[in-house]
Design a protein around this ligand. Structure first.
Ligand code: NAD
Length: 358
């Protein structure tokens, strides 16, 4: 067995249908004072209901959370927290609400509990980001981890099927890259494999019936595992390219991950036999890249970067930026490799087949 190190799992997690009812207990157990509920527009109703149900534990609702955590939103939320005397926050929603809570934890020292309603997995990482004047600054700090995470699949029932599947494939991407990460361990391998298995099985069922409770529960479980892998390991080419594509071409986060994943997997798994084997086991398919590509087609995920609105000429900038800063990857990446991967993803081609003996 390879030598390995496993960091302590830093975040308390409670999971299950109806677990939202334990939010009061979680706030109390974490020793948190009156909390400001943070959400985006879609979470307003739920946040208001929570504020009404927990008057002794909450001070109000801030419902302006936005994708990529704009600086002005952080400032507005901070002012609201001060004016209402908030001592903590509860983030109810996806990566946008959690991202805002992270920014307030970092800058205003407000601890928080996360109640995720998408599959982004941000609540399980120490990575924060704030966008100002079109530029997103990101960093890593243990201060931005939530004190607890309450996963309640009931809250994901209203997540539209289209958002669910791209967000779900995003979670598969977190797990997939953990399988060839330089700091992977037997524990992250187990979590990644089971996360991929659970998510890949759940998404077609959600597409058929968005309110399928078993499928929603499996998908949220897969999202937790994917997010945990993201938080415990170093991501590679796939996450790097998605980050650059999002910033340079202003593409939607989860869909970009979903479109790109078959192509980055085809490239990387050819040089990562253990990861390929674990992905193959999780998906029940000897060619995991082709399998994810077919899964995307079945789920109705956009086929290409072109469909997402990418400008072909902009890919040159993406390649430059992706080459500028080195990062961990199971195989070296040069300009031609990036051009091949991005061209296929732009056109919506099937990824190259992984040979049996790769
Ligand atoms: P999001 O929070 O913006 O949610 C996507 C959409 O779904 C929004 O319109 C939201 O209002 C809606 N929505 C959320 N929950 C819903 C529900 N239950 N019912 C109906 N609608 C609902 O986006 P996301 O995909 O969850 O997260 C993406 C963001 O998270 C990006 O900004 C990304 O950079 C960030 N992210 C950060 C990390 C990290 O580790 N820091 C990890 C993953 C993602």
């Amino acid at each position: 067995m390879r030598p390995f190190a496993v960091p302590a799992l830093p975040t308390r997690v409670v999971f299950g249908s109806g677990r939202l009812a334990s939010l009061r207990d979680e706030l109390r157990a974490a020793g948190l004072g009156s909390a400001l509920l943070l959400c985006s527009a879609s979470g307003r109703e739920l946040a208001r209901r929570l504020a009404a149900e927990l008057p002794e534990a909450t001070v109000g609702v801030f419902d302006q959370a936005r994708m990529h955590v704009p600086r002005h939103t952080v400032e507005a939320a901070g002012k609201t927290a001060v004016s209402l005397g908030a001592e903590a926050c509860v983030a109810v929603g996806g990566g946008s609400a959690v991202g805002l809570a992270k920014a307030l934890a970092l800058e205003a020292g407000l601890p928080y509990v996360a109640v995720p309603t998408t599959y982004s997995g941000s609540e399980m990482t120490a990575v924060w980001g704030i966008t100002e004047a079109g530029e997103k600054t990101t960093g890593r700090s243990e201060r931005v981890r939530p004190r607890a995470v309450v996963y309640d699949p009931d809250l994901t029932m209203s997540l539209p099927a289209g958002v669910s599947v791209t967000s779900g494939v995003n979670a598969i991407a977190h797990a997939a890259e953990a399988l060839y990460a330089p700091d992977r361990s037997p524990l992250t391998d187990l979590m990644a494999g089971d996360g991929v298995r659970a998510m890949a099985a759940a998404l077609p069922r959600i597409m058929e019936r968005a309110g399928d409770p078993g499928a929603r529960s499996s998908a949220l479980y897969g999202a937790w595992l994917g997010g945990t892998c993201l938080g415990l390991t170093t991501m590679s080419l796939h996450h790097k390219l998605c980050h650059v594509l999002g910033g340079a071409l202003d593409l939607p986060h989860a869909s970009t991950h979903a479109v790109l994943l078959p192509h980055t997997l085809a490239f990387n798994l050819a040089a990562a036999p253990e990861a390929r084997e674990l992905m193959a086991q999780a998906l029940g398919d000897d060619d995991p890249a082709a399998c994810v590509w077919r899964l995307n087609r079945r789920l109705g995920v956009p086929a290409s970067l072109r469909e997402l609105g990418a400008d072909r000429a902009g890919l040159v900038t993406v390649i430059e930026q992706a080459l500028a800063v080195p990062y961990a990857n199971p195989r070296p990446v040069d300009r031609d490799d990036l051009d091949r991967v991005l061209t296929a993803a732009f056109a919506g081609d099937a990824p190259p087949r992984l040979s049996r003996t790769a």
